[in-house]
Design a binder for this molecule. Structure first.
Ligand code: ADP
Length: 174
């Protein structure tokens, strides 16, 4: 699957049509990747987010990218890990699927970059999250031709290794 790639880097620096933000319910900014995206986009991003009335876990909303290289930011809210029996897997899969569906609906978005949703402050185990993320993205790309490229942008070496491994395992010809 050459339309999917795992890279190491900073999502705020990616030259793609849309980057995905691992936001919280309020959509009013936070730490981690959310804080980095708001800092790089500038205060106008918060201004637009304030009008969105928050976002439910697993769902996604879109704003402009303002000072980011990306034209759009898709905000999705990952599940907080609570041991694995609270629909965490389903909700994490929904984040990836709903973000990509929103990108398609918005029109003109051909390249999308994701961070590792929920595996920071929300404590979702990275191995498990990577399997779900890669599977959802690949499945989506297989049935949707309008998205040309999806990048999984990993911030640290460990996360990068885990997602690379998941990508190799899930994209290997059967
Ligand atoms: P969550 O609350 O969904 O767990 P976090 O922002 O705490 O979100 O962490 C999600 C992932 O994003 C972590 O792997 C973290 O290292 C990573 N991250 C933090 N800053 C950036 C960035 N600038 N670009 C890409 N990934 C980032």
């Amino acid at each position: 699957m050459d339309r999917f790639e795992v890279i190491k880097g900073d999502i705020t620096k990616q030259n793609v049509d849309a980057i995905v933000n691992a936001a919280n319910h309020s959509l009013l900014g936070g730490g981690g990747v959310d804080g980095a995206i708001h800092r790089a986009a500038g205060p106008q991003l918060l201004g637009e987010c304030k009008k969105l009335n928050g976002c439910r876990t697993g769902e996604a909303k879109i704003t402009k990218g303002y000072k980011l290289p990306a034209k759009w930011v898709i905000h999705t809210v990952g599940p907080v890990w609570r041991g694995g029996n609270r629909e965490e897997d389903t909700l994490l899969g929904a984040c990836y699927r709903n973000s990509l569906e929103l990108a398609v609906r918005n029109g003109g978005i051909k390249t999308v970059a994701f961070p590792s949703i929920s595996t920071g402050a929300y404590l979702f185990p990275v191995d498990r999250a990577a399997g779900i993320a890669v599977q959802e993205i690949i499945r989506f790309l297989e049935i949707n031709a309008s998205i040309e490229k999806v990048l999984m942008v990993c911030f640290d070496d460990q996360t990068y290794r885990v997602y690379q491994e998941a990508a190799i395992n899930l994209t290997r010809p059967q």
